[in-house]
Ligand binder design. Sequence first.
Ligand code: SAM
Length: 285
Amino acid sequence: MPASQHLDSPGRSALAKAQPAPVGFDNDSDALARGYARSNGPQLRHGRLLLERLALQAGESVLDIGTGTCELAREAAALVGPAGSLLALEPLPERVALAQQSSGDVPGLRFERGGSADLHHYRPAQFDVVFLNSVLHWVADQRQLIADVRRLLKPGGQIGFSAARPDRLHQQVAILEPLLADRPGSGLLVPPHVVTEPQVRQWLADLDLVEGQLELVTFVDHFSDLDHLLLWNASSFFGNFSDELSRPENVGLRAEAERRLEPFREVEGIRLERYLLLATARKPH
Ligand SMILES: C[S@@+](CC[C@H](N)C(=O)[O-])C[C@H]1O[C@@H](n2cnc3c(N)ncnc32)[C@H](O)[C@@H]1O
């Protein structure tokens, strides 16, 4: 399989399978939260690009929705400095606990347990910037979420997000999905609410937000082996990723996955591409 292959018919069937699957918030664990803190280099890399686009300023008031174990929030808090503030919101208790342990003493950074459904608790027009890094594709009612974020933004405030796209799925999907196609119910390979560029344009137009940057970006990651890739998936999907390949008893399946990944091996590790939509927009003054 050529290294540039990103989507074929198996990839599409993974997407079709992904659409109706419910996202479980009860499948996370302390081990997965710790795994995420260790393996989230890919999200941190595109998150930094998102923060660059948002050009955070010292003294700004920022909300990070779905902060995970908060490595990106910590960097954002440093950018707004002690005169600014960063509220990091996260629904998974294990991740909030870990974030608090690792970053509870960062000036201006505070954590609350909550998610997209809780935004109505917050005072309107209080944030300069709200961002969601690799979170929107987990949320079923995305338009409502963006409307809620708009309410929280000050006039002139910005929203920024990164999300997976349906037109180009992570390169691993085309590699692994054929192995898992006849094992229904084992979990997701693709986040359930991937986001298209026309959809984003429509939301921004409907909700009176002024488009900033809207980019389709390709990232390259390296994984040391199959288990590293599976750790990244399981922890990024907070326990909702297909677990078939992680089961030690599935020896043959794991060997076949390793065989399929081998052509992608480089000196740095197994090279896989992923494709994201990065968007920023502003609430008018
Ligand atoms: C891949 S992690 C990204 C974490 C973090 N933003 C980062 O950049 O490392 C996805 C996160 O989205 C969070 N999430 C999922 N659904 C959510 C929702 N409806 N509201 C808020 N966060 C949500 C998960 O709990 C998880 O921490």
